[in-house]
Design a protein around this ligand. Structure first.
Ligand code: CA
Length: 407
C-alpha cells in the first residue's frame, strides 16, 4: 500500500521528501533515485515519466548528481512537482504502484562524492578539545579560531553510506611516555557527530562564492559521522593536521534533506564576539543567516549518550562555503563538507567520546558496560530532527555504523 495516509506528525511526511538512491533485490540491480515518504520510497524516475515531467531524464538516474548539478530552479520545480504527486489525488493514483517499502530495498551512497572537507565550527567542541590537549594554554581556542572557519581536506573515496561496517583502523601511535611508536589496531576509536552539506552547482576556479550565494550552490544536508582514531591522530597531526586518524571511513546518512525542507529550521547563528572580515561578515541585511536548528541524538548500541544542538554552531555552512572558495578554489558537483563535531554547552550535548569521557578519564556507563572509546561490535547511530511547518518535525535520515575487528 502506498503511504498516503501517514499518521499526523510523521517526521517523513509530505513536508519532508528527502532524496536517496536505492535498488531492489532480485534480477534488477539497477540503482534508482528515490524519495522517502513515511517508511516507503518512491521510484522518482518512473514517477516522473509516468506523469510526463520534463525533469524525468534528471531523475531516472543511478545517482543524485544530475539533479544536484541542475541548480536551484530545477530543485524547486522538482520539489513542487513531487509534493503534488504525493498530495493531489489524481497524481497519487498515477504513482501509487511506484512505492517500495524501505524494508524491501537496499540504500546506496546517494551521490558521487567529489571533494570532501571537514570543518571545526563548534566553539564548545573546540574549547573542550583545547582544554583536553593543551591544558596549560592561556586560551583554549587557537588564535585564528574566531577569525576563520578552520578546516582540512579529507578523503572522499572512503565516504560510505549508513549501514556500512567500519573496520577498526591500524596505525602508529605513541603516548607521551612511550619511548618509541608502536603499530597496531587503534585503541581509542571515536565518533564525531556532524552535519554534512552537499554541493550541487559547481563554481569556476578563480571565482569565490559569496556568502549570499550559499543556497544557489548547496542542495541539502545529511548526518555525518567522522570516525576518528584518537591515538593515531594524536601522534600524526602536528604540523599538517588530521590524516590517517580520519581517512579510513566517514559515514553519511542515506537520505539527503533538501534545504527547501528546512526553511522553518533556519536560525541566526550565535552572536559574534569578534569582528569578521567582509567575506565572512553575515551581520548585514541580505546576507545568509545560515544557522539551522537541528536536534541531533547520538546512540551507542541503542542507548542515547548525547543530544548535540546544531543551532549552537559558531560558523555557518554559508561562511564555510565562502571561506573554502575565497582563495579561488572551485566547487564541484558532489562536494561534501562536514560542519565539524557538534557539541553544545552541557555535558550531555557533546558530540564525541573524547569529550563525553574527557579523554577516557570519565567512562560512560552503558547498559552493556563502561565505555571510554568504541569496542568491536559497537553500533553508533546518529539521528536528528528539525522544526518543520506547523510544528511538525522534519526527520533527518539516520547514519549508523558498526565497528568490526581489524583481524
Ligand atoms: Ca570532524
Amino acid at each position: 500500500m502506498p503511504p498516503f495516509d501517514l499518521p499526523e506528525g510523521d517526521p517523513f511526511g509530505t513536508h519532508n521528501l528527502p532524496y536517496g538512491v536505492f535498488s531492489l533485490p532480485g534480477s534488477d540491480p539497477a540503482r534508482r533515485v528515490g524519495v522517502r515518504l513515511g517508511d516507503h520510497v518512491l521510484d522518482v524516475g518512473k514517477a516522473a515519466y509516468a506523469l510526463g515531467s520534463p525533469y524525468a531524464p534528471l531523475l531516472a538516474q543511478g545517482s543524485l548528481n544530475p539533479l544536484l548539478a541542475a541548480g536551484r530552479t530545477a530543485w524547486s520545480d522538482v520539489r513542487r512537482a513531487l509534493t503534488a504527486w504525493v498530495t493531489v489525488p489524481a497524481h497519487q493514483e498515477a504513482v501509487a504502484d511506484l512505492f517500495h517499502p524501505l524494508s524491501a530495498v537496499t540504500l546506496h551512497l546517494p551521490f558521487e562524492v567529489a571533494d570532501y572537507v571537514d570543518f571545526y565550527a563548534s566553539e564548545n567542541h573546540a574549547r573542550n578539545v583545547g582544554q583536553i590537549f593543551r591544558p596549560d594554554a592561556a586560551d583554549s581556542l587557537t588564535p585564528n579560531w574566531k577569525h576563520l572557519p578552520i578546516g582540512y581536506h579529507g578523503r572522499s573515496g572512503t565516504v560510505v553510506v549508513s549501514g556500512t561496517d567500519v573496520v577498526r583502523p591500524s596505525g602508529q601511535r605513541k603516548a607521551p611516555a612511550d619511548p618509541a611508536p608502536v603499530f597496531g589496531p587503534s585503541v581509542r576509536l571515536d565518533i564525531e557527530a556532524e552535519v554534512g552539506f552537499v554541493v550541487g552547482v559547481p563554481s569556476r576556479m578563480g571565482e569565490p562564492v559569496a556568502l549570499g550565494d550559499f543556497r544557489e550552490h548547496v542542495f541539502g544536508l545529511c548526518l555525518l559521522n567522522d570516525w576518528s582514531a584518537r591515538d593515531i591522530q594524536a601522534w600524526e597531526y602536528v604540523p599538517l593536521g588530521p590524516f590517517l586518524g580520519k581517512s579510513f571511513a566517514t559515514s553519511v546518512s542515506a537520505w539527503i534533506t533538501p534545504l527547501d525542507a528546512l526553511d522553518e529550521a533556519r536560525v541566526a547563528p550565535p552572536e559574534r564576539t569578534h569582528p569578521l572580515l567582509p567575506y565572512l561578515d553575515d551581520s548585514g541585511s541580505g546576507t545568509e543567516p545560515g544557522g539551522y536548528d537541528l536536534r541531533i541524538s547520538v546512540a551507542i548500541n541503542g542507548h542515547v549518550v548525547s543530544e548535540p544542538p546544531f543551532s549552537t554552531m559558531y560558523w555557518t555552512a554559508a561562511q564555510q562555503l565562502a571561506h573554502m572558495t575565497v582563495n579561488g578554489a572551485s566547487l564541484r558537483t558532489g562536494d561534501l563538507y562536514g560542519s565539524g563535531t557538534v557539541s553544545g554547552p552541557t555535558e550531555r550535548e557533546r558530540g564525541s567520546l573524547l569529550e563525553l569521557t574527557w579523554n577516557g578519564r570519565d567512562p560512560l556507563e552503558l547498559p552493556d558496560g563502561k565505555r571510554t572509546f568504541l569496542e568491536d561490535g559497537d553500533v553508533v547511530t546518529l539521528s536528528a530532527w528539525a522544526p518543520g511547518p506547523g510544528g511538525v518535525r522534519v526527520g533527518l535520515g539516520e547514519v549508523t555504523g558498526r565497528v568490526v575487528s581489524s583481524s
